[in-house]
Design a protein around this ligand. Structure first.
Ligand code: NDP
Length: 256
């Protein structure tokens, strides 16, 4: 088995309670597995429960795009965990269009809800408890595609750019209370959602904007590559690290 797939083998998160959104597959499921391996209690979420939700995690069905979904997650966290020390906003995704000017209003709203406002809403429900306890770690999953502003998914990169800006501001606000907030920006990572996005992009866009060249490190990302960065950021090893965005992309995201 490849090194990145193996358990990290330490229990550095023993006693910690974690919520990870979108943990039923892909990057989210890898994050859940890493946190469980490190000894945390984990509640994860998706719109529906599938067989790929990691064993050992509590689960709640919720759509993160709505306030009601955020409230359902916060309620379930209270019941299952009693409080939250670690919050990872991972649910998200992109839906490319042939032109930035052809992206319908409802798709803009959907992307803002999914990739930006979902985090704002859930933070507003769970970060106050961290602030009161004067301890906590939040990670927002953004995207290494943000600097490309690629027109086929400009609504996605714009929403993730807003998320990065918000993440930094929240970090400044809660730092005096011992709560750390960081972002992680994955490059091209092999997941069901990532593959679906790239297939749709390839089918609608034959012009500039998509580059299939491998990143300098020679391969696409594995979900565990991203999960390891998240594990580090929520651990005490990152106790002097807040307001930053860690790009994990094999050296360079292909620029469109
Ligand atoms: P996947 O589509 O493979 O998995 C997404 C997870 O989020 C699933 O568990 C899914 O479950 C859940 N989810 C999606 N929409 C919602 C919703 N509205 N409410 C609740 N849960 C939802 O995605 P990835 O693992 O590829 O991506 C994870 C994160 O990484 C995303 O934020 C993505 O933008 C980011 N990213 C990924 C890259 C890649 O190449 N894979 C590159 C850059 C960033 P369900 O559908 O059942 O709700």
């Amino acid at each position: 088995m490849a090194a990145a797939m193996e358990s990290v083998g330490t229990r550095e998160l023993a006693g910690k309670r974690a919520v990870v959104t979108g943990g039923s597959r892909g990057i989210g499921a890898a994050i859940v597995r890493r946190l469980l391996d490190a000894g945390a209690e984990v509640l994860t979420t998706a719109r529906s429960k599938t067989g790929t939700v990691p064993e050992g995690a509590a689960f709640v069905e919720a759509d993160v795009r709505t306030r009601a979904g955020a409230e359902a997650i916060a309620g379930a966290a209270g019941e299952a965990l009693g409080g939250v020390d670690i919050l990872v906003h991972n649910a998200g995704g992109a839906r490319p269009f042939p032109s930035a000017l052809a992206i319908p209003d409802e798709e803009w709203q959907d992307q803002l809800d999914l990739n930006y406002l979902a985090s704002v809403r859930l933070d507003s429900l769970l970060v106050p408890g961290m602030r009161e306890r004067r301890s906590g770690a939040v990670v927002h999953i953004s995207s290494a595609a943000v600097p490309t502003s690629a027109p086929p998914f400009l609504h996605y990169t714009a929403a993730k750019a807003a998320l990065e800006n918000y993440s930094r501001g929240l970090a400044l606000e809660v730092a005096p209370f011992g709560v750390r907030v960081n972002a992680v920006s994955p490059g091209r990572t092999a997941t069901p959602g990532g593959e679906a996005t790239r297939e749709r992009w390839a089918s609608i866009n034959e012009g500039p904007g998509q580059d299939d060249t491998a990143p300098p490190l020679g391969r696409e990302g594995r979900p565990e590559d991203i999960a390891d960065a998240v594990l580090f950021l929520v651990s005490d090893r990152a106790s002097w690290l807040t307001g930053r965005n860690l790009t994990v992309d094999g050296g360079e995201f292909p620029v469109g």
